[in-house]
Design a protein around this ligand. Structure first.
Ligand SMILES: [Fe+2]
Length: 196
């Protein structure tokens, strides 16, 4: 039997393992052995329209993973943490995530959550924080990232962006949409982030 999204999971983990970075390895340390598949219904969101255009802003080692995500996108279980009351309808039309593995995702894991975040062009994801420690790898370039007291700074595709527990962080896109992978560990994996 073919496990649904097995190629996506393989591509996700293979990219991270290939980085040979101690920080990445620390997050991957919680992933022991094969993860059981969890059958989730397809749930679609408006932000999926940014997937195919995102390919124009990606190249290099992150491109194969982005291609796999774009291919699988319409069949995945998309989610949103916020409501229109939190951040407005325009934000919700340009924002969404997919938990690939974790306590709710397409594969079961109680120690580490991993998945994809999408933001449309010209979108600000304002300052927020959460107890879990977080690692992002943007699969597209052109987005500015900010944490703590630092200024916004553009990060290239493939950058490693670490957010320690409860540190404020934000992202701001320009012409390019953002597709990024994330990992969460060391805190409640399904917690709603606190807007600052
Ligand atoms: Fe975060």
């Amino acid at each position: 039997m073919t496990v649904q999204f097995a190629e996506l999971l393989d591509s996700f983990l293979s990219h991270l393992i290939s980085r040979r970075d101690p920080l990445v390895q620390r997050f991957l340390g919680g992933l022991s052995g094969a993860m059981r598949s969890r059958l989730l219904p397809t749930r679609r969101l408006p932000c999926e329209r940014h997937l195919a255009p995102a390919l124009a802003y990606a190249d290099g080692p992150t491109l194969p993973l982005l291609r796999q995500f774009v291919q699988d996108g319409p069949a995945l279980n998309w989610g949103q943490t916020y409501s229109a009351t939190d951040l407005g309808r325009d934000f919700l039309d340009n924002y969404g995530w997919v938990e690939l593995f974790g306590t709710r995702g397409h594969f079961e894991n109680d120690l580490v959550a991993g998945g994809f975040l999408v933001l449309g062009p010209n979108t600000l994801y304002p300052d927020h924080h959460h107890l879990a420690e977080e690692l992002y790898v943007p699969l597209t370039g052109g987005t500015e990232w900010h944490k703590g007291d630092a200024e916004f700074k553009e990060q290239a595709a493939g950058a490693l962006i670490h957010h320690a527990s409860d540190v404020n962080h934000a992202m701001r896109t320009a012409d390019a949409p953002l597709v990024a992978i994330y990992l969460w560990r060391g805190g409640p994996l399904a917690a709603k982030s606190t807007l600052s």
